[in-house]
Design a protein around this ligand. Structure first.
Ligand code: MG
Length: 274
């Protein structure tokens, strides 16, 4: 089932069956999914998930890696715990990502994505080349499976991210562009960032936010349209770049308010996208 250009979707996590029902209940036909726990990745459960996707008419456009022990509490904690940058957990997380790629393949998702952590600004830092190698390894497994691998934006400024993409140098490597993250992490203007990394964009998060007000802290996430991203400008820029992939709404709160904010975001994006 082919999706239309710039199909509006939503980011989901938790029980995949409930998540797919939620996507359908929002009137959407696609989502990005945080990789569920290993108990959901058995052949029997994958068959259940595929059946639910078929009956709901929902496709998964991307599977996101998640690793135990990650915390997004504040910038130093993110630096120490998130993604492939922390050395102590790097090797085991690469192995986990390969498992996540197999799950993505099994449910027909064309892209695996991850926050890889804060890539060092200094390319001479030994951690830099180690992370380049780790990402190459994941890209190569994804390529064998016919998948792309996307780096979630936000933790690096655009020139650092662009240099990293070029250093990894794999044709199936791209970017899942989250404009709010660029702001939340104080990594620069997201629309200007698209001038640099635009050709690499293979996924887009529609999330809104603002810059941090104090060093070491994160900025604040807002419902779509209430932060500083400027979605007419963002969607316009994506169109200009020839981006046709999904627009995946991400709202990082829980409960009924999350649902209300997502419903409002769908209406707003439909208007802007046309
Ligand atoms: Mg995001």
């Amino acid at each position: 089932m082919a999706l239309r250009d710039m199909a509006i979707g939503v980011f989901v996590h938790g029980d995949p069956i409930a998540a797919i029902r939620k996507v359908k209940s929002l009137g959407l036909d696609n989502c990005q999914m945080l990789v569920p726990g290993p108990e959901w990745r058995t052949p029997e459960q994958v068959a259940r998930i595929l059946e639910e996707m078929r009956s709901a008419g929902v496709t998964v456009t991307c599977v996101f890696c998640g690793f135990p022990g990650e915390s997004y509490a504040d910038i130093p904690t993110i630096r120490d715990t998130v993604g492939l940058v922390p050395e102590a957990t790097r090797a085991e997380r690469v192995e986990m990502a390969l498992d996540h790629a197999a799950f993505a393949k099994a449910i027909g998702a064309p892209v695996l994505a991850a926050h890889i952590g804060f890539v060092p600004d200094d390319r001479a830092d030994p951690a830099y080349s180690a992370v380049v190698d780790a990402v190459r390894h994941i890209c190569d497994r994804c390529a064998q499976l016919g998948l792309k691998f996307a780096l979630e934006t936000g933790q690096e400024r655009a020139p650092v991210l662009l240099a990293f993409l070029k250093d990894v140098d794999r044709p199936n490597l791209g970017v899942n562009f989250d404009p709010a993250n660029m702001m939340l992490y104080g990594s620069g203007d997201p629309i200007e960032a698209l001038d640099l990394v635009g050709p690499y964009v293979i996924g887009a998060h529609c999330k809104d936010g603002d810059y941090p007000t104090q060093p070491g802290t994160l900025g604040t996430e807002y419902p779509l349209g209430q932060g500083k991203v400027g979605f007419p400008r963002f969607i316009g820029k994506l169109k200009e770049l020839g981006y046709r992939g999904p627009l995946t709404i991400e709202r990082e709160i829980e409960g009924e308010q999350q649902t209300r904010d997502i419903v409002a975001a769908i209406a707003m994006l439909e208007q802007i996208r046309g």
